[in-house]
Design a protein around this ligand. Structure first.
Ligand SMILES: [Zn+2]
Length: 325
C-alpha cells in the first residue's frame, strides 16, 4: 500500500509512537497563562466595558467585579477551545512558522488531527500578524539605511478555493484507508514582494507586479513599522519607476551593485530561504499563501532582533484584549 505511506515524517512518526518525542508543554502553558492574565488585569471587560477584571494565579477563571462575568483566561484569544493547551497551540505555530516541518508532521507530534492543528495555527497566525505592529513598535531599535524592495518570480499558490489533500493520520500502527484522489484546480499564480530594512522584513503575496499599487502596500507597511522610510532601493522593474518615494534603482541586467553603491542583495537573499519553506505546504490556497508569506517576514524580523517567545503571546494578547490605556 505504498500510496498510503506519507512522503515525509514516517520515521518521525515512529519516534512519536516510541514516546521518544513526548512533549512537555506545561512550562510553556504556565508562562502563557501568566502573561495572558497580566493582559487581562489591564483589559476592559468584554461584556460591560469596565476595567474591573481580577485575576488569580491559581484560578483559570478571571472575574469582572462589575458585571460578574467569569470566563476562563483564554476567552477571546486564539488559545480558547482549541483542543490543545496554550503551550501546544504556540508550539504548533512555531513549528509551522519557524521550521520546515509540515502541518501533517506537527499534527503527529502534538497527537491531534490535521484539522485541529491547522485550525489552531491559522487562528493564532492571524492574531500574531495583526498584533505584530504594536509589539514591533515596542522592541524595535533605530532602523537605519535604505529599504530594499524586490519581487520573486512566479509562485504557484497551489489549488484554487480549496486546500490540497491531506495525509490521513497515522493511528496505532495502521494508516486509515480511503484517501481521496485530489481533483482541485490549480490556483492563482502569486508573486511575492518583499521589503527589507535593517532587521525588518515585510513580505506580501500579490497577483502580479504590474502596478505601483502592488508594491505600495509593502513599502507603506515597512514605513509604518520603521516610523519613517529611508531611501527605497529596487531593481529596474517597470512598476517601480513611478514610485513616489526617495527612490534609487540598480539595473540588474548590467550589474548587482550600481556605481554609487545601490543594491538589493539583502532582500534577494530572502528568496533562497522562503522557497524551501513554502514548498513544505505542497500547495496553499491563495489566502493561505498570502498569510504564510506575511508570517515568514514577521518571524524573520522577530528572530533577527532575538525577540523572546513571549513576544508572540504579546502579539496575540494585544490583538485579543482591549486595553484601557
Ligand atoms: Zn464586566
Amino acid at each position: 500500500m505504498s500510496s498510503t505511506i506519507p512522503t515525509f515524517g514516517r520515521m518521525l512518526r515512529q519516534l512519536v509512537d516510541l514516546e521518544v518525542l513526548a512533549l512537555r508543554t506545561e512550562p510553556l502553558d504556565v508562562r502563557i497563562e501568566r502573561r495572558l492574565k497580566q493582559f487581562w488585569a489591564d483589559a476592559i471587560c468584554p461584556h460591560c466595558d469596565h476595567q474591573s477584571i481580577r485575576v488569580w494565579d491559581d484560578l483559570d477563571r478571571i472575574w469582572c467585579r462589575n458585571c460578574d462575568f467569569r470566563p476562563v483566561y483564554t476567552y477571546g484569544t486564539p488559545f480558547h477551545e482549541k483542543h490543545l493547551s496554550c503551550g501546544e497551540v504556540l508550539l504548533a505555530y512555531i513549528l509551522y512558522a519557524d521550521t520546515l516541518l509540515s502541518i501533517s508532521q506537527i499534527a503527529v507530534l502534538v497527537d491531534r488531527t490535521y484539522m485541529t492543528v491547522d485550525y489552531a495555527i491559522r487562528d493564532v497566525e492571524a492574531a500574531i500578524s495583526r498584533g505584530f505592529p504594536a509589539v514591533w513598535a515596542r522592541i524595535q531599535q533605530t532602523m537605519l539605511g535604505p529599504t530594499e524592495v524586490d519581487e520573486s518570480g512566479k509562485v504557484c499558490s497551489g489549488y484554487k478555493g480549496q486546500d490540497p489533500p491531506r495525509e490521513s493520520r497515522y493511528r496505532g500502527g495502521s494508516f486509515r484507508r480511503g484517501r481521496i484522489r485530489w481533483k482541485g484546480r490549480h490556483g492563482d499564480q502569486l508573486t511575492l514582494v518583499a521589503a527589507r530594512r535593517d532587521e525588518l522584513t515585510v513580505i506580501r503575496a500579490k497577483k502580479g507586479i504590474r502596478f505601483e499599487s502592488d508594491l505600495l502596500s509593502v513599502i507603506q507597511e515597512t514605513e509604518d513599522l520603521s516610523q519613517w522610510l529611508g531611501e527605497v532601493w529596487t531593481d529596474g522593474l517597470q512598476a517601480y519607476r513611478r514610485l513616489d518615494y526617495d527612490h534609487r534603482v540598480v539595473m540588474h541586467d548590467e550589474r548587482y551593485v550600481s556605481p554609487d553603491g545601490v543594491h538589493i542583495n539583502h532582500v534577494e537573499s530572502l528568496w533562497s530561504v522562503i522557497h524551501p519553506w513554502l514548498r513544505k505546504f505542497r500547495g496553499l490556497s491563495k489566502q493561505g499563501l498570502e498569510q504564510a508569506a506575511h508570517t515568514f517576514g514577521l518571524l524573520q524580523s522577530l528572530n533577527r532582533v532575538r525577540a523572546p517567545i513571549l513576544t508572540l503571546v504579546d502579539s496575540v494578547a494585544i490583538d485579543s484584549f482591549h486595553s484601557s490605556t
